[in-house]
Write a protein that binds this ligand. Structure first.
Ligand code: NAD
Ligand code: DAU
Length: 357
Protein backbone atom coordinates (compact mmCIF):
# COMPACT_ATOMS: atom_id res chain seq x y z
CA UNK A 1 0.00 0.00 0.00
CA UNK A 2 1.14 3.57 -0.58
CA UNK A 3 2.41 5.27 2.55
CA UNK A 4 3.75 8.46 1.04
CA UNK A 5 2.34 11.94 0.76
CA UNK A 6 4.27 13.36 -2.20
CA UNK A 7 5.82 16.66 -1.17
CA UNK A 8 9.13 17.12 -3.01
CA UNK A 9 8.89 16.24 -6.70
CA UNK A 10 11.44 15.86 -9.46
CA UNK A 11 9.58 16.13 -12.78
CA UNK A 12 11.56 15.01 -15.83
CA UNK A 13 10.47 16.42 -19.20
CA UNK A 14 8.56 19.20 -17.43
CA UNK A 15 9.06 21.61 -20.33
CA UNK A 16 7.21 19.27 -22.72
CA UNK A 17 3.48 19.12 -23.36
CA UNK A 18 2.18 16.84 -20.61
CA UNK A 19 5.02 17.62 -18.20
CA UNK A 20 4.34 21.37 -18.29
CA UNK A 21 0.60 20.84 -17.85
CA UNK A 22 1.39 18.58 -14.89
CA UNK A 23 3.66 21.24 -13.34
CA UNK A 24 0.87 23.84 -13.49
CA UNK A 25 -1.73 21.36 -12.25
CA UNK A 26 0.45 20.25 -9.35
CA UNK A 27 1.50 23.75 -8.22
CA UNK A 28 -2.11 24.89 -8.31
CA UNK A 29 -3.40 21.94 -6.29
CA UNK A 30 -0.41 21.37 -3.97
CA UNK A 31 1.03 24.73 -2.96
CA UNK A 32 3.85 24.86 -0.44
CA UNK A 33 5.84 21.76 -1.49
CA UNK A 34 8.82 21.59 -3.83
CA UNK A 35 8.81 20.92 -7.56
CA UNK A 36 12.05 20.65 -9.55
CA UNK A 37 11.90 20.24 -13.34
CA UNK A 38 14.75 18.48 -15.13
CA UNK A 39 14.61 19.02 -18.88
CA UNK A 40 17.28 19.07 -21.60
CA UNK A 41 15.07 21.23 -23.87
CA UNK A 42 15.01 19.21 -27.09
CA UNK A 43 13.02 20.64 -30.02
CA UNK A 44 9.88 19.59 -28.05
CA UNK A 45 10.87 21.28 -24.79
CA UNK A 46 9.86 24.89 -24.30
CA UNK A 47 10.76 27.01 -21.31
CA UNK A 48 7.93 29.38 -22.24
CA UNK A 49 5.47 26.61 -21.31
CA UNK A 50 6.61 27.03 -17.70
CA UNK A 51 6.20 30.81 -17.59
CA UNK A 52 3.46 30.67 -14.94
CA UNK A 53 5.62 28.54 -12.64
CA UNK A 54 8.91 30.43 -12.88
CA UNK A 55 9.38 32.74 -9.91
CA UNK A 56 7.27 30.66 -7.53
CA UNK A 57 9.28 29.74 -4.42
CA UNK A 58 8.36 26.04 -4.78
CA UNK A 59 9.68 25.85 -8.34
CA UNK A 60 13.15 25.27 -9.81
CA UNK A 61 14.13 24.58 -13.41
CA UNK A 62 17.28 22.57 -14.11
CA UNK A 63 18.56 22.40 -17.67
CA UNK A 64 19.99 18.90 -17.91
CA UNK A 65 19.79 15.40 -19.28
CA UNK A 66 18.11 12.42 -17.61
CA UNK A 67 21.10 10.37 -18.81
CA UNK A 68 23.38 12.42 -16.53
CA UNK A 69 23.24 10.04 -13.58
CA UNK A 70 25.49 12.14 -11.34
CA UNK A 71 23.28 15.19 -11.87
CA UNK A 72 20.12 13.23 -11.06
CA UNK A 73 21.70 11.75 -7.92
CA UNK A 74 22.78 15.22 -6.81
CA UNK A 75 19.28 16.64 -7.36
CA UNK A 76 17.62 13.77 -5.50
CA UNK A 77 19.93 14.40 -2.54
CA UNK A 78 20.17 18.17 -2.41
CA UNK A 79 16.45 18.71 -2.98
CA UNK A 80 15.38 15.85 -0.67
CA UNK A 81 13.17 14.50 -3.46
CA UNK A 82 10.60 11.90 -2.38
CA UNK A 83 8.74 11.51 -5.71
CA UNK A 84 10.13 11.32 -9.23
CA UNK A 85 7.58 11.75 -12.04
CA UNK A 86 9.16 10.70 -15.30
CA UNK A 87 7.73 12.30 -18.45
CA UNK A 88 10.97 12.95 -20.41
CA UNK A 89 11.01 11.08 -23.70
CA UNK A 90 11.21 11.25 -27.42
CA UNK A 91 7.46 11.06 -28.02
CA UNK A 92 6.61 11.34 -31.72
CA UNK A 93 5.93 8.12 -33.65
CA UNK A 94 6.78 9.62 -37.07
CA UNK A 95 10.18 10.79 -35.83
CA UNK A 96 10.87 7.30 -34.45
CA UNK A 97 10.18 5.86 -37.90
CA UNK A 98 12.57 8.35 -39.52
CA UNK A 99 15.29 7.87 -36.87
CA UNK A 100 14.91 5.35 -34.04
CA UNK A 101 18.32 5.98 -32.42
CA UNK A 102 17.31 8.94 -30.25
CA UNK A 103 14.34 6.92 -28.96
CA UNK A 104 16.61 4.14 -27.76
CA UNK A 105 19.01 6.63 -26.13
CA UNK A 106 16.41 8.72 -24.34
CA UNK A 107 13.55 6.36 -23.65
CA UNK A 108 15.49 3.22 -22.76
CA UNK A 109 18.99 4.33 -21.72
CA UNK A 110 17.61 7.55 -20.17
CA UNK A 111 14.99 5.73 -18.11
CA UNK A 112 17.61 3.24 -16.98
CA UNK A 113 19.92 6.07 -15.87
CA UNK A 114 17.11 7.52 -13.76
CA UNK A 115 16.39 4.14 -12.22
CA UNK A 116 20.06 3.68 -11.37
CA UNK A 117 20.23 7.12 -9.76
CA UNK A 118 17.01 6.52 -7.79
CA UNK A 119 18.27 3.17 -6.58
CA UNK A 120 21.63 4.63 -5.53
CA UNK A 121 20.05 7.43 -3.51
CA UNK A 122 16.79 5.96 -2.25
CA UNK A 123 17.83 2.35 -1.62
CA UNK A 124 21.61 2.18 -1.29
CA UNK A 125 22.64 5.60 -0.02
CA UNK A 126 23.57 6.52 3.57
CA UNK A 127 20.37 8.55 3.74
CA UNK A 128 18.19 5.88 2.06
CA UNK A 129 14.55 6.93 1.95
CA UNK A 130 11.91 4.34 2.81
CA UNK A 131 9.11 6.66 1.62
CA UNK A 132 9.84 7.29 -2.06
CA UNK A 133 8.12 6.85 -5.41
CA UNK A 134 9.33 6.51 -9.00
CA UNK A 135 6.36 7.10 -11.28
CA UNK A 136 6.87 6.28 -14.95
CA UNK A 137 4.57 7.85 -17.55
CA UNK A 138 4.02 5.50 -20.45
CA UNK A 139 1.68 4.91 -23.34
CA UNK A 140 -1.12 2.62 -24.52
CA UNK A 141 0.91 2.05 -27.70
CA UNK A 142 2.92 -0.65 -25.88
CA UNK A 143 -0.15 -2.91 -26.22
CA UNK A 144 -0.12 -2.79 -30.04
CA UNK A 145 -3.14 -2.35 -32.28
CA UNK A 146 -6.81 -3.36 -31.82
CA UNK A 147 -9.34 -4.64 -34.34
CA UNK A 148 -12.72 -2.90 -34.49
CA UNK A 149 -14.43 -5.35 -32.11
CA UNK A 150 -11.53 -6.17 -29.78
CA UNK A 151 -11.90 -5.32 -26.09
CA UNK A 152 -10.02 -2.20 -24.96
CA UNK A 153 -6.47 -2.44 -23.55
CA UNK A 154 -6.39 -3.42 -19.88
CA UNK A 155 -3.36 -3.61 -17.60
CA UNK A 156 -3.08 -7.35 -18.37
CA UNK A 157 -3.12 -7.01 -22.17
CA UNK A 158 0.15 -8.54 -23.48
CA UNK A 159 2.71 -6.08 -24.82
CA UNK A 160 2.98 -5.97 -28.64
CA UNK A 161 4.64 -2.66 -29.60
CA UNK A 162 4.75 -1.93 -33.34
CA UNK A 163 6.81 1.25 -33.82
CA UNK A 164 10.34 2.07 -32.66
CA UNK A 165 8.72 4.62 -30.32
CA UNK A 166 6.35 2.13 -28.69
CA UNK A 167 9.07 -0.53 -28.54
CA UNK A 168 11.33 1.91 -26.68
CA UNK A 169 8.52 2.78 -24.25
CA UNK A 170 7.77 -0.92 -23.72
CA UNK A 171 11.43 -1.55 -22.90
CA UNK A 172 11.41 1.31 -20.40
CA UNK A 173 8.25 -0.07 -18.74
CA UNK A 174 9.95 -3.45 -18.35
CA UNK A 175 13.01 -1.84 -16.76
CA UNK A 176 10.82 0.03 -14.25
CA UNK A 177 9.00 -3.19 -13.41
CA UNK A 178 12.30 -5.04 -13.01
CA UNK A 179 13.72 -2.40 -10.62
CA UNK A 180 10.67 -2.86 -8.43
CA UNK A 181 10.76 -6.65 -8.42
CA UNK A 182 14.52 -7.02 -8.14
CA UNK A 183 15.61 -4.13 -5.94
CA UNK A 184 12.40 -3.06 -4.22
CA UNK A 185 12.23 0.41 -5.79
CA UNK A 186 8.76 1.82 -5.09
CA UNK A 187 7.49 2.26 -8.64
CA UNK A 188 4.19 2.86 -10.38
CA UNK A 189 3.49 3.03 -14.12
CA UNK A 190 0.66 4.70 -16.01
CA UNK A 191 -0.16 3.83 -19.63
CA UNK A 192 -2.38 6.45 -21.18
CA UNK A 193 -4.03 7.18 -24.51
CA UNK A 194 -3.61 10.17 -26.83
CA UNK A 195 -3.49 13.44 -24.91
CA UNK A 196 -4.68 16.79 -26.24
CA UNK A 197 -4.96 20.29 -24.79
CA UNK A 198 -2.88 23.45 -24.40
CA UNK A 199 0.91 23.56 -24.89
CA UNK A 200 1.17 20.54 -27.23
CA UNK A 201 3.99 20.73 -29.76
CA UNK A 202 2.38 21.18 -33.20
CA UNK A 203 3.73 17.99 -34.77
CA UNK A 204 0.90 15.93 -33.23
CA UNK A 205 -2.40 15.63 -35.10
CA UNK A 206 -4.59 18.14 -33.23
CA UNK A 207 -2.24 21.14 -32.83
CA UNK A 208 -0.74 20.50 -36.27
CA UNK A 209 -4.18 20.78 -37.86
CA UNK A 210 -5.15 23.86 -35.81
CA UNK A 211 -2.01 25.74 -36.85
CA UNK A 212 -2.30 24.58 -40.46
CA UNK A 213 -5.85 25.92 -40.53
CA UNK A 214 -4.66 29.26 -39.15
CA UNK A 215 -1.96 29.42 -41.82
CA UNK A 216 -4.27 28.23 -44.65
CA UNK A 217 -2.28 24.99 -45.12
CA UNK A 218 -3.65 21.50 -45.93
CA UNK A 219 -4.74 19.10 -43.18
CA UNK A 220 -2.83 15.87 -43.91
CA UNK A 221 -4.80 12.74 -43.03
CA UNK A 222 -2.80 9.53 -43.23
CA UNK A 223 -4.34 6.65 -45.20
CA UNK A 224 -8.13 6.42 -45.09
CA UNK A 225 -8.53 8.46 -41.88
CA UNK A 226 -10.31 5.56 -40.16
CA UNK A 227 -7.60 4.87 -37.55
CA UNK A 228 -9.06 5.28 -34.08
CA UNK A 229 -7.51 6.94 -31.03
CA UNK A 230 -8.99 7.30 -27.52
CA UNK A 231 -8.62 11.01 -26.70
CA UNK A 232 -7.69 12.11 -23.20
CA UNK A 233 -7.67 15.74 -22.09
CA UNK A 234 -4.25 16.47 -20.60
CA UNK A 235 -5.79 17.86 -17.40
CA UNK A 236 -7.69 14.59 -16.83
CA UNK A 237 -4.40 12.76 -17.36
CA UNK A 238 -2.70 14.97 -14.74
CA UNK A 239 -5.50 14.19 -12.31
CA UNK A 240 -5.06 10.46 -12.98
CA UNK A 241 -1.33 10.71 -12.21
CA UNK A 242 -2.09 12.69 -9.04
CA UNK A 243 -4.39 9.88 -7.84
CA UNK A 244 -1.76 7.25 -8.59
CA UNK A 245 0.94 9.21 -6.72
CA UNK A 246 -1.30 9.72 -3.72
CA UNK A 247 -3.09 6.39 -3.47
CA UNK A 248 -1.82 3.99 -6.15
CA UNK A 249 -0.41 0.65 -5.08
CA UNK A 250 3.36 0.35 -5.39
CA UNK A 251 4.49 -2.00 -8.16
CA UNK A 252 1.22 -1.58 -10.06
CA UNK A 253 0.33 -0.30 -13.51
CA UNK A 254 -2.75 1.86 -14.16
CA UNK A 255 -4.26 2.65 -17.56
CA UNK A 256 -5.56 6.20 -18.06
CA UNK A 257 -8.02 7.03 -20.84
CA UNK A 258 -10.52 9.64 -21.88
CA UNK A 259 -13.39 7.38 -22.96
CA UNK A 260 -13.49 9.17 -26.31
CA UNK A 261 -12.74 6.90 -29.25
CA UNK A 262 -12.80 8.85 -32.52
CA UNK A 263 -11.48 8.21 -36.03
CA UNK A 264 -8.84 10.66 -37.21
CA UNK A 265 -11.27 11.93 -39.83
CA UNK A 266 -13.87 12.62 -37.11
CA UNK A 267 -11.27 14.52 -35.09
CA UNK A 268 -10.20 16.70 -38.01
CA UNK A 269 -13.79 17.30 -39.11
CA UNK A 270 -14.57 18.27 -35.50
CA UNK A 271 -11.71 20.77 -35.54
CA UNK A 272 -12.98 22.21 -38.80
CA UNK A 273 -16.48 22.61 -37.32
CA UNK A 274 -15.04 24.49 -34.32
CA UNK A 275 -13.06 26.73 -36.65
CA UNK A 276 -16.19 27.38 -38.76
CA UNK A 277 -17.81 28.64 -35.57
CA UNK A 278 -14.87 30.68 -34.29
CA UNK A 279 -13.55 31.94 -37.66
CA UNK A 280 -16.64 31.89 -39.95
CA UNK A 281 -14.99 34.13 -42.56
CA UNK A 282 -12.81 31.21 -43.75
CA UNK A 283 -15.57 28.55 -43.80
CA UNK A 284 -15.83 25.76 -44.71
CA UNK A 285 -12.50 24.77 -43.17
CA UNK A 286 -13.02 21.12 -44.15
CA UNK A 287 -12.06 22.02 -47.72
CA UNK A 288 -8.43 21.92 -46.48
CA UNK A 289 -8.59 18.17 -45.68
CA UNK A 290 -6.15 16.14 -47.79
CA UNK A 291 -5.62 12.38 -47.67
CA UNK A 292 -1.90 11.53 -47.85
CA UNK A 293 0.22 8.40 -47.90
CA UNK A 294 -0.13 6.29 -44.75
CA UNK A 295 2.34 6.12 -41.87
CA UNK A 296 4.33 2.83 -42.17
CA UNK A 297 3.05 0.23 -39.68
CA UNK A 298 0.22 2.58 -38.67
CA UNK A 299 -1.66 1.11 -35.65
CA UNK A 300 -5.36 0.88 -36.48
CA UNK A 301 -7.08 1.37 -33.16
CA UNK A 302 -6.27 2.17 -29.52
CA UNK A 303 -8.81 2.08 -26.70
CA UNK A 304 -8.33 2.11 -22.94
CA UNK A 305 -10.12 0.06 -20.32
CA UNK A 306 -9.68 2.26 -17.26
CA UNK A 307 -11.82 0.29 -14.80
CA UNK A 308 -8.85 -0.32 -12.49
CA UNK A 309 -8.12 3.41 -12.07
CA UNK A 310 -11.81 4.22 -11.66
CA UNK A 311 -12.54 1.31 -9.30
CA UNK A 312 -9.45 1.53 -7.09
CA UNK A 313 -8.75 5.24 -7.06
CA UNK A 314 -12.04 6.89 -8.03
CA UNK A 315 -10.78 8.41 -11.29
CA UNK A 316 -13.33 10.17 -13.51
CA UNK A 317 -12.36 12.28 -16.51
CA UNK A 318 -14.22 15.60 -16.40
CA UNK A 319 -13.61 16.91 -19.94
CA UNK A 320 -15.91 15.85 -22.78
CA UNK A 321 -14.01 15.47 -26.04
CA UNK A 322 -16.13 18.00 -27.93
CA UNK A 323 -15.86 20.61 -25.13
CA UNK A 324 -12.14 19.96 -24.69
CA UNK A 325 -11.48 20.28 -28.41
CA UNK A 326 -13.25 23.63 -28.55
CA UNK A 327 -11.28 24.91 -25.53
CA UNK A 328 -8.06 23.68 -27.11
CA UNK A 329 -8.72 25.51 -30.39
CA UNK A 330 -9.58 28.65 -28.40
CA UNK A 331 -6.30 28.29 -26.46
CA UNK A 332 -4.22 28.17 -29.66
CA UNK A 333 -6.14 31.14 -31.08
CA UNK A 334 -5.37 33.15 -27.94
CA UNK A 335 -1.73 32.06 -27.58
CA UNK A 336 0.01 32.81 -30.86
CA UNK A 337 2.83 34.27 -28.77
CA UNK A 338 3.52 30.70 -27.56
CA UNK A 339 3.37 28.85 -30.90
CA UNK A 340 4.53 31.38 -33.50
CA UNK A 341 8.24 31.11 -32.52
CA UNK A 342 8.05 27.33 -32.97
CA UNK A 343 7.17 27.60 -36.66
CA UNK A 344 10.79 27.96 -37.76
CA UNK A 345 12.47 26.56 -40.84
CA UNK A 346 13.38 23.30 -39.03
CA UNK A 347 9.75 22.81 -38.04
CA UNK A 348 8.40 23.38 -41.53
CA UNK A 349 11.07 21.15 -43.04
CA UNK A 350 9.96 18.30 -40.81
CA UNK A 351 6.22 18.61 -40.34
CA UNK A 352 3.75 17.57 -42.99
CA UNK A 353 6.23 16.29 -45.54
CA UNK A 354 7.06 12.83 -44.21
CA UNK A 355 4.78 10.80 -46.40
CA UNK A 356 3.64 13.19 -49.15
CA UNK A 357 0.30 12.87 -50.92
P1 NAD B 1 6.94 15.96 -25.45
O1 NAD B 1 7.68 15.45 -26.63
O2 NAD B 1 6.01 17.10 -25.62
O3 NAD B 1 7.98 16.41 -24.31
C1 NAD B 1 9.08 15.64 -23.96
C2 NAD B 1 9.97 16.48 -23.03
O4 NAD B 1 11.07 15.66 -22.62
C3 NAD B 1 10.56 17.72 -23.70
O5 NAD B 1 10.44 18.83 -22.84
C4 NAD B 1 12.02 17.35 -23.90
O6 NAD B 1 12.89 18.47 -23.88
C5 NAD B 1 12.27 16.44 -22.71
N1 NAD B 1 13.39 15.52 -22.92
C6 NAD B 1 13.60 14.72 -24.00
N2 NAD B 1 14.77 14.05 -23.84
C7 NAD B 1 15.26 14.42 -22.62
C8 NAD B 1 16.44 14.06 -21.89
N3 NAD B 1 17.34 13.19 -22.39
N4 NAD B 1 16.64 14.63 -20.68
C9 NAD B 1 15.75 15.52 -20.18
N5 NAD B 1 14.63 15.91 -20.84
C10 NAD B 1 14.40 15.35 -22.04
O7 NAD B 1 6.23 14.71 -24.81
P2 NAD B 1 4.76 14.60 -24.18
O8 NAD B 1 3.78 14.46 -25.26
O9 NAD B 1 4.62 15.64 -23.16
O10 NAD B 1 4.89 13.16 -23.47
C11 NAD B 1 5.35 13.05 -22.14
C12 NAD B 1 5.42 11.58 -21.77
O11 NAD B 1 4.11 11.02 -21.89
C13 NAD B 1 6.32 10.75 -22.67
O12 NAD B 1 6.99 9.81 -21.86
C14 NAD B 1 5.37 10.05 -23.63
O13 NAD B 1 5.90 8.83 -24.06
C15 NAD B 1 4.17 9.88 -22.74
N6 NAD B 1 2.87 9.83 -23.44
C16 NAD B 1 2.49 10.87 -24.24
C17 NAD B 1 1.22 10.84 -24.84
C18 NAD B 1 0.73 11.96 -25.72
O14 NAD B 1 -0.38 11.84 -26.26
N7 NAD B 1 1.45 13.04 -25.87
C19 NAD B 1 0.38 9.73 -24.63
C20 NAD B 1 0.84 8.68 -23.86
C21 NAD B 1 2.08 8.75 -23.23
O1 DAU C 1 -1.51 6.66 -27.82
C1 DAU C 1 -0.60 7.45 -27.11
C2 DAU C 1 0.38 8.09 -28.06
O2 DAU C 1 -0.32 9.12 -28.75
C3 DAU C 1 1.61 8.66 -27.36
O3 DAU C 1 2.31 7.63 -26.75
C4 DAU C 1 2.51 9.40 -28.35
O4 DAU C 1 3.56 10.03 -27.64
C5 DAU C 1 1.69 10.46 -29.04
O5 DAU C 1 2.48 11.08 -30.03
C6 DAU C 1 0.44 9.84 -29.68
O6 DAU C 1 0.81 8.98 -30.78
P1 DAU C 1 -0.02 8.98 -32.15
O7 DAU C 1 0.85 8.48 -33.22
O8 DAU C 1 -1.34 8.33 -31.98
O9 DAU C 1 -0.28 10.59 -32.27
P2 DAU C 1 -0.23 11.57 -33.53
O10 DAU C 1 -0.81 12.87 -33.07
O11 DAU C 1 1.10 11.58 -34.19
O12 DAU C 1 -1.28 10.90 -34.51
C7 DAU C 1 -2.62 10.67 -34.13
C8 DAU C 1 -3.30 9.94 -35.29
O13 DAU C 1 -3.39 10.85 -36.39
C9 DAU C 1 -2.50 8.75 -35.80
O14 DAU C 1 -3.41 7.74 -36.22
C10 DAU C 1 -1.74 9.28 -37.00
C11 DAU C 1 -2.68 10.34 -37.54
N1 DAU C 1 -2.02 11.51 -38.17
C12 DAU C 1 -1.03 12.15 -37.51
C13 DAU C 1 -0.41 13.26 -38.07
C14 DAU C 1 0.73 13.95 -37.34
C15 DAU C 1 -2.49 11.98 -39.40
O15 DAU C 1 -3.43 11.41 -39.99
N2 DAU C 1 -1.89 13.08 -39.96
C16 DAU C 1 -0.85 13.72 -39.34
O16 DAU C 1 -0.31 14.71 -39.90
Amino acid sequence: MNNLTPKRLLVTGGAGFIGANFVHYWLQNHPGGRLVVLDVLTYAGNRASLAGAEGRPEFRFVHGDIRDEALVERLLREEGIDTLVHFAAESHVDRSIAGPGAFIDTNIVGTHSLLKAARAVWLDGDESRPGHRFHHVSTDEVYGSLGPNDPAFSETTPYAPNSPYSASKAASDHLVRAYHHTYGLATTISNCSNNYGPLQFPEKLIPLCILNLLDGKPLPIYGDGQNVRDWLHVEDHCHGIELILESGRVGETYNVGGGAERTNLQVVEGLCAVMDELRPEDSPHARHIEFVKDRPGHDRRYAIDERKLRGELGYTPVHSFEGGLKETVAWYLANEVWWRPILSGEYREWVGCQYGS
